[in-house]
Design a protein around this ligand. Sequence first.
Ligand SMILES: [Zn+2]
Length: 211
Amino acid sequence: MESKEIRQCRHCGNRVVFVQRDSYYQYRQGLPNDGESHRQWLILECPVCAELTLEQIYYVLDDVAVQSEYRNFEISTQVLYPPMRVANLPEAIEKAYRAALKVRHVEPNACAVLVGRTLETVCRHEKAVGNTLADKLTTLANSGRIPQTLAQMAQQLRLIRNLAAHVAEDEVTEQDVPIIIDFLEAILEYLYYAPSKIAALQARLKKAPRA
Ligand SMILES: [Zn+2]
């Protein structure tokens, strides 16, 4: 099941197709809701920097699949190593983001709350106005700082919507965490990582001898 998907390497920041070097598949039975969920870990190598990435994939089986032959349904993937890049972030945002990452594997609910807080910090830093988090993200999109699709996602994703509305009764599961982290990361990528990459490239071009 080698993926040919183009992904961003967290080590070097390049967009690459990882080379799968190894994998381990774990069966788990008798989980809450009588479910069966399986996990797989992949060791992926970056063709550019040769560093390794550890990815976790959650699978659930539906009832039909359990009765008959095994058919797996992939539901979410999550990079366990290396941790997300936090360099080049404004200090307050980095602090909030680190707090969210710290609890991502132990406290899904707390992680969701802290992701919401990080998004609020981003909006404050960007001076994005609005009554709710979703409004502020729309302001960011309207000013061209983030793509419209990201702001629209905030309205569509149940968890993001609830974070934005400060609804706390919704139970966040371990499987939900990668979705909200990915959403946050996409916003951080646009606002802070991409511009610093462009600045570094410009500096290199300036230094390069003219032909
Ligand atoms: Zn790399």
